[in-house]
Design a protein. Structure first.
Length: 255
């Protein structure tokens, strides 16, 4: 399905809010962001998608009918039902209580009415979706939409041995420096992927010379996501908020 087809199907639909059911603005904002990620919405809206759930291949409709799980006990089913309601209802808002109940089965901290971190909520949801839906090659709609690989080049200053491990990421967490002037998202990207040297509290155990060293590190993106999730780390290790203004373009972002 191309972008024009998607626009025709969902045009003038989905203009609906979510009820706040007790400090749930963190969850509601993530629900709205994910349901407007059209690759996810199209995937879950096509009930005959063949998926692998816990190692078993089946259509999503068969998964719902076979397991007979209540919608407030399974995050995938709860999301499927909530997503369809949000795109079909004529009501001004929807109550997401059943999804919140389902979310609490994989994230105990979400039980109750306390405020939580939206970024942590997002990671809990997409990590769960990926683990439930991934195939034998560890690929899912989540990794296809948000996944990208970063290689870490670690160089030993004594023997010049270079380690090059790579890892899959679904978001980019960018530290924000204290600054009296505004910064741009591109500057944060540059700082994140620039070379750094480990201090004495974070010595690297070199596989070459077998010594603890102040290795230099350099992060390199080796693949890019279709959709980039960026997390701005606005709090220090002691909980102080960093208020530096970060500007970003609405298009043509240089990653």
């Amino acid at each position: 399905m191309n972008s024009r087809d998607i626009q025709k199907i969902y045009k003038d639909k989905g203009l609906v809010g979510l009820d706040n059911i007790g400090n749930t603005c963190y969850m509601n904002s993530i629900i709205q962001a994910l349901r407007h990620t059209m690759s996810l919405t199209v995937f879950f809206d096509n009930i005959e998608n063949v998926i692998r759930v816990d190692g078993h291949s089946m259509s999503f409709s068969k998964y719902i009918n076979k397991l007979e799980i209540k919608s407030d006990r399974d995050v995938l089913i709860a999301w499927y039902i909530l997503n369809r309601k949000l795109w079909s209802t004529s009501k001004p808002s929807i109550n997401p209580m059943k999804f919140k109940h389902a979310l609490s089965t994989i994230w105990m901290d979400s039980i109750g009415c306390n405020q939580h971190d939206a970024q942590e909520c997002l990671i809990k949801i997409i990590d769960h979706f990926h683990e439930k839906l991934k195939d034998d090659q560890d690929i899912s709609i989540i990794s296809a939409s948000f996944g990208f690989k970063v290689q870490t080049n670690v160089t030993c200053p004594k023997c010049s041995y270079i380690s090059k491990p790579d890892h899959m990421y679904y978001q980019l967490s960018l530290p924000i420096p204290m600054s009296p002037t505004e910064l741009t998202l591109e500057i944060l990207f540059h700082r994140f992927f620039s070379c750094d040297t480990l201090d004495d509290e974070n010595l690297y155990s070199c596989d070459g010379c077998k010594q603890q060293v102040n290795a230099s590190t350099h992060l390199l993106p080796i693949s890019y996501p279709r959709i980039l999730i960026t997390h701005l780390k606005r709090f220090t290790n002691v909980g102080k908020k960093i208020t530096t203004l970060i500007k970003f373009p609405l298009d043509k972002l240089e990653f």
